[in-house]
Design a protein around this ligand. Structure first.
Ligand code: FE
Length: 231
């Protein structure tokens, strides 16, 4: 054995640092997540365990790291919130499409050429109704239109509290709802995934569909935030 002996704790600490660097670089490249979220993920158990697994399985020649890179590249570039944003923006400019989206999101997604891997249900926010998506059992998520889920979506506190105290959770995300607004919480399953159609922000009347797409955030399609006017 020529390798230095490294304790499990040291190994995890080192892989955490490596993960931090890699994830931060990837997130900066895609521009889809905030710096704080990247930091939290890099230090999370998920990140450390994943990196440790990749490292061990690679050393044992059980996996090829380039194949792992391809999977990551797929989730970072080919699927992401920009796909969900297409559905939202189209629903804002085309009332008939909106009707179809809300009655049969699967067909509406197909209409836009969006590849769907699970049953999709669209729920619309209005000034009187706010929808929030969660998976209380595990972390089911409409990844085929939103990409990778945020770390907080998979964490137990969010999964438990989103159903018990959705208003409290939303407040922590910076979304304070008037008392008169009804909150509906949708629990994802292995079969059915939800997308929230946010309210079109004020001051966007003259915008093109492409400009509108750029306003739609991942968190707004989970229901964790309401879109603000861009002006
Ligand atoms: Fe789940």
């Amino acid at each position: 054995m020529t390798e230095d002996k490294v304790s499990r704790r040291e190994f995890l600490a080192k892989t955490s640092l490596a993960a931090s660097t890699a994830v931060a670089a990837a997130a900066t490249a895609t521009g889809q997540v905030g710096a704080q979220e990247v930091e939290e993920y890099a230090q999370s158990d998920y990140s450390v365990r994943a990196k440790a697994l990749v490292s061990v399985l690679t050393k044992k020649n059980l996996i090829d790291p380039t194949e792992i890179d391809e999977v990551i590249e797929f989730y970072e570039t080919r699927v992401g919130p920009h796909i969900g944003a297409r559905l939202v923006a189209r629903s804002w400019v085309d009332p008939e499409f909106r009707e179809r989206l809300l009655s049969d999101a699967n067909a509406a997604a197909t209409e836009l050429g969006i590849e769907r891997r699970r049953d999709l249900v669209a729920v619309a926010n209005t000034p009187q109704v706010h929808n929030l998506v969660v998976c209380t059992l595990c972390s089911c998520y409409p990844w085929f239109i939103l990409g990778l889920p945020p770390t907080w979506y998979k964490d137990a506190p969010y999964r438990a509290r989103a159903v018990i105290d959705p208003r409290g959770v939303l407040k922590e995300f910076g979304t304070e709802l008037d008392e008169g607004v009804e909150v509906r919480v949708w629990d994802s399953t292995a079969e059915v995934r939800y997308i929230v159609i946010p309210v079109r922000p004020q001051g966007t009347d003259g915008m093109t569909e492409g400009q509108l797409q750029a306003l739609v955030t991942r968190d707004s399609m989970i229901g964790a935030e309401r879109l603000k006017s861009p002006v």
